[in-house]
Design a protein. Sequence first.
Length: 364
Amino acid sequence: MGLRSTHLPGRDAGQNVRKLVVNPVPDALVCPLFNMSGHTVFRSVPASIVLSVALGFLVFAGPAASQELPDTPAASKTDRIHLGDLVDVDFVGSFEYDWRGGLTSDGYLDGLERAERPAFALCNTEAEAAAAVVKQFAYFLRDPKVIVRIIDRSNRALAYVNGAVKVPQRFQLRRTASLLELIVLSGGITDSSAGKIVIFRPPNVSCGVGGRSPDPEKAVPRRIEVLIADLLGGKAEANPKVLSGDIVNVVEAPPVFVMGDVAAPRRMNLTPDLTLSRAIASAGGISNSFSGQKARIHRRGPDPKVLEVDLRKLMEKKIGDPQLEPYDVIQVEQEGVKAQKLAPVAEPLGDGKDLSKLPLRIVD
């Protein structure tokens, strides 16, 4: 249907009344079309088709001015800019001063041109870094609006988990992670642990408590010790956040070695209550060829020495049961074998792992 207006004479002289007149829509419209030869011709097209095409165009095209871009994720309020991050600085409404780059070793935005002074950003949040940029550009820009985003965190210092875990690993931390989470991701703690975890935190590498120092000249490494019993017991203070650059060592118990006239010569982990008799029992006990003589404890250290123990008197409880110390080598005397004055050769300690060759895992 069509709409048009017309003027009608009113009841009073000199007055006109505007009346809305409704006209029916014609069944067909004459539209210009192009034929195969490129000439314009006019054809009668059903009005319903013309209206359908027009409405479809309005629906799908829509008013461009009213369209809005989807909201971008809100800037992180907790994540901080680290050395190695790729940072984007966006001046709203202008691209002349936009910048993208990293940080200098001192923590300033490296190469941000036209700034009055370098803008410090290390260990700042995105909002704090934006405020620092605004401060430097406010000398010649009127009320600049700046947005700072961390767009790449892949070059941050790695965190390491090593020692008495099933799968020692390197971790690229793109978010905060707790000690327990990384221990679980490393397969859990093995039986060779000494019951303690040590976190070594290098100075001026990470951002967080005990990380970046306000005065780099006074920065010192930090050592954090955690008891495994407290960690597994759910104590909050025993589950600190692990920062980029941290080295987590699940301390392995030092070994002792039992060899000679025992059923199963072996290496075992030293526990606080491990004595000579318990070590021999753990090695399967004395074999059938035992002549009831002596055991020698080869004790290493700054002052190496050899302790001789009469095993028969020990079994009769006529003498005390010696407490073992780290890296002791116990040699149970064998019949017909001459006693050694030096410690027997034991298996090498540790596997000499290079931390840089550990498998890498991303935590995001």
